[in-house]
Design a protein around this ligand. Structure first.
Ligand code: FES
Length: 134
């Protein structure tokens, strides 16, 4: 994401880092967006919580070495880029058939301030103003 795009983000406090168990994804509503926070060996990442495969919430999915495993049918996503790594990289001949189901999952920028994970979400377009944070 470019610097200008980062400047437009609204940072929303979501959860203390201490509540994010390593190796497990946990879903939150962030400004009405389902967001999955994952703790991969102490590094925190945020992805859209709904799996592109069948739209199920990936809450509780396991994370190992940068890869999130959806708990429903075990499609896997790179936690940094959101790219599908399974089945895309294992069954490349099936990709044309799977199409939408192997889309990347959206990722969101994350920062930690005073032990609290904040997620950068796009500015609202409905004219509402964000509630004060903190
Ligand atoms: S809903 Fe995630 S793998 Fe099927």
């Amino acid at each position: 994401m470019g610097e200008d795009a980062q400047a437009d983000l609204r940072w929303v406090k979501v959860a203390p880092v201490s509540e994010l168990a390593p190796g497990r994804g946990r879903a939150f509503e962030v400004d009405s967006i389902p967001v999955l926070l994952v703790n991969d060996g102490g590094s925190i990442f945020a992805l859209h919580a709904l799996c592109p495969h069948q739209g199920q919430n990936m809450d509780g999915g396991s994370v190992w070495r940068g890869v999130l495993d959806c708990p429903w049918h075990h499609f896997q996503y790179d936690v940094r880029s959101g790219e599908n790594v399974f089945p895309r990289n294992v069954y490349p001949r099936d990709i044309p058939r799977l199409q939408r189901e192997v889309r990347r999952v959206r990722t969101y920028p994350v920062r930690v301030a005073e032990g609290i994970v904040e997620v950068g979400v796009p500015p609202r377009t409905d004219g509402e103003t964000a509630p004060p944070q903190g």
